[in-house]
Design a protein around this ligand. Structure first.
Ligand code: PLP
Length: 413
């Protein structure tokens, strides 16, 4: 349609945005039904790790990644304020030039202690950590074998490098083994796994997968973004919980979930790991994290080392919500609570959006996830629990789900 073309285009020149026409139409179709835009919500005020004001109404937050509820921890806030006053608002430079402050070093020291590993490298986000580590490790002639349901940052890390990329069926140990056995002898191999897969909240069979990877001469990278702080005796993640952390070559994680701020990292015991600081482009060619952010991260990580009571309460919340939702008749992504994420499967996007809106109107925020982010074209209401949710809040959440589910027709009235 001429009217939809930008004025700057002449003749036959293609509009580079026309490839999104289908998505634009789908989004408009949804909004035309009168449903509130699920991707345009504003948190007008944040009251605590579990409460915010949305659309003028106090809302329970069940769709953040604030698993350990560290965002309002008084020690963490005090550390951030102090660093802001002492070191200013930003570093204005790369880690390898003027952008490494004492705080970045202390943050890496906290990570080394948390994971009991020799090396830690802090990136500006978890996305950049995957982008950088993966593209730098696996180059031309190497092979990356990865789970089909891997996070976008893992796929983008593969796309940035020049390695052969070999996906295998989600969480399928046999499929992983078959792919590994087909790789030509002598080629470099990197197997990439996640501890918890964030869409369905399911856990990987890391014990078997890491064994198979090692038997076939591959190095292993595990993204523990959704398990840090919560899963495993010391909160080191699924690889700790399943007893294989010593065989994992690289753990990637983020500060944007349990740590409660922003940033990413990779820890490793590899003796040559430090060279990555000079050759990893998403580490070198970007500004480092602000001093206040690394100060909050370091303080939070140190507190998470002593978080066993919080971990136990979070497990209790997760199990109660899972059992309660299943009891109400909702279809869930896992047969039992495997992490702090409980995914409620919706029949389609339209009903998913209606349910999302009904929950919000009742004062409950969850994440609406849809393809291409979700596996098997599913529409999901992703609930993520926080160690700061009280037992009463979890009970209220279940009541809201029951009322909204009956009103929208997802469960029988
Ligand atoms: C598995 C996984 N890895 C990496 C990331 C990126 O983390 P960040 O928010 O720090 O960029 C995410 C974020 O959602 C994630 O789910």
């Amino acid at each position: 349609m001429e009217a939809d073309r930008p004025q700057s285009l002449t003749g036959d020149s293609p509009d580079l945005l026309s490839k999104f026409d289908e998505l634009i139409a789908m989004r408009q179709g949804l909004l035309d039904t009168g449903i509130e835009d699920p991707y345009n919500l504003v948190m007008e005020q944040v009251l605590s790790p579990t409460r915010a004001i949305c659309n003028g109404r106090e809302t329970i937050l069940l769709g953040t990644y604030n698993y350990m509820g560290m965002t309002f921890d008084p020690d963490v806030i005090a550390a951030g304020k102090q660093a802001l006053a002492d070191f200013g608002t930003g570093t204005t430079g790369s880690r390898v030039l003027n952008g490494t402050y004492q705080g970045h070093r202390e943050c890496e020291e906290a990570l080394r202690e948390f994971y009991a590993m020799d090396h830690a490298m802090v990136f500006s986000t978890g996305y950049q950590a995957n982008l950088g580590i993966i593209s730098t490790l696996a180059g031309k002639g190497d092979y990356i074998v990865l789970d089909l349901d891997s996070h976008a940052s893992i796929w983008d890390g593969c796309a940035l490098g020049n390695a052969e990329v070999v996906p295998f069926k989600h969480n399928d140990v046999e499929a992983l083994e078959k792919r590994l056995k087909r790789i030509p002898a002598g080629a470099g191999k990197l197997v990439i796994l996640e501890g918890v897969y964030s869409m369905l909240g399911d856990v990987a069979p890391l014990k078997e997968m890491v064994r198979v990877a090692k038997e076939n001469g591959a190095m292993v990278l595990v993204d523990e973004a959704h398990s840090m702080g919560f899963i495993g005796e010391h909160g080191r993640g699924v690889s700790e919980d399943q007893g294989v952390i010593d065989d994992v070559d690289f753990i990637v994680g983020t500060f944007s979930k349990s740590v409660g701020t922003v940033g990413g990292f990779c820890v490793s015991n590899h003796p040559k790991f430090e060279i990555m600081r000079l050759v990893c482009r998403p580490y070198v060619f970007t500004a480092s994290l602000p001093p206040s952010v690394v100060a909050t991260a370091a303080t939070s990580i140190r507190k998470l080392m002593h978080g066993s009571n919080k971990r136990a309460h979070l497990w209790e919340n997760s199990r109660t919500l899972h059992a309660g939702l299943r009891g109400l008749g909702f279809e869930l992504g896992t047969p039992e609570a495997q992490s702090a994420i409980i995914a409620v499967i919706m029949p389609d996007l339209q009903q998913g959006a209606m349910m999302w809106e009904a929950l919000l109107k009742e004062g409950l925020y969850v994440n609406l996830a849809r393809p291409p982010a979700t596996p098997a074209n599913m529409t999901l209401l992703r609930c993520s629990l926080c160690a700061e949710h009280s037992a009463e809040e979890v009970a209220t959440i279940l009541q809201i789900f029951e009322r909204a589910g009956k009103a929208v027709g997802i469960i029988p009235a």
